[in-house]
Ligand binder design. Sequence first.
Ligand SMILES: [Fe+2]
Ligand SMILES: [Fe+2]
Length: 203
Amino acid sequence: MKNILIIALISMIALTGCNQPKPVKTLENLKAGIKGETTASAKYAAFAQKAREEGNVNVAKLFDAASKAESIHAANHRKVLEGLGEKMEDFKPEFEVKTTAENLQAAIDGESYEATTMYPQFLADAKTEKVEKATKSFTWALDTEKKHHDFYSSALKALNATAENTLPAEYVVCPVCGNTYDKAKVDEKCAFCQTSKVKFLSA
Ligand SMILES: [Fe+2]
Ligand SMILES: [Fe+2]
């Protein structure tokens, strides 16, 4: 009887120790973020191919760079999710490829949703649930998506004005946070995560 009481007591203490509330919202948001970023990465790679077929090489370069950035965001979110002891279930990215002008508009709409609605909500939840690593990962993605939005908007304008040659010819991507730069206008260190420019990836 005494042994049973001791075991019960030890179990209670152990359970209390593990009784940190689960960051339910943030776990859900990380999964949605991984799905969104992985889908965006695959979608932009397909959009890049389409732009090349249509002879829009500079727009293709932008899609390649953004595709790389989104895969970095997906990997960062996944690392945080797994650090919290959860795994991502398998899924198949689904998207449509249209003309390059339509693809740019779809990209602008997607980035706009992520930057003004999705990530601000994810960030608010991560702060409420005090998940610092998720806060960092969501912030890096949010700040990058704003830049992608602006790059895509300029690209669509240039495409409509048949002035594609005014767009950046090369882009680079920060391997840590996904920040995306016109290669001709990089900072010495990444403005979001301070990684040195020597480590930036060519897209
Ligand atoms: Fe993006
Ligand atoms: Fe960075």
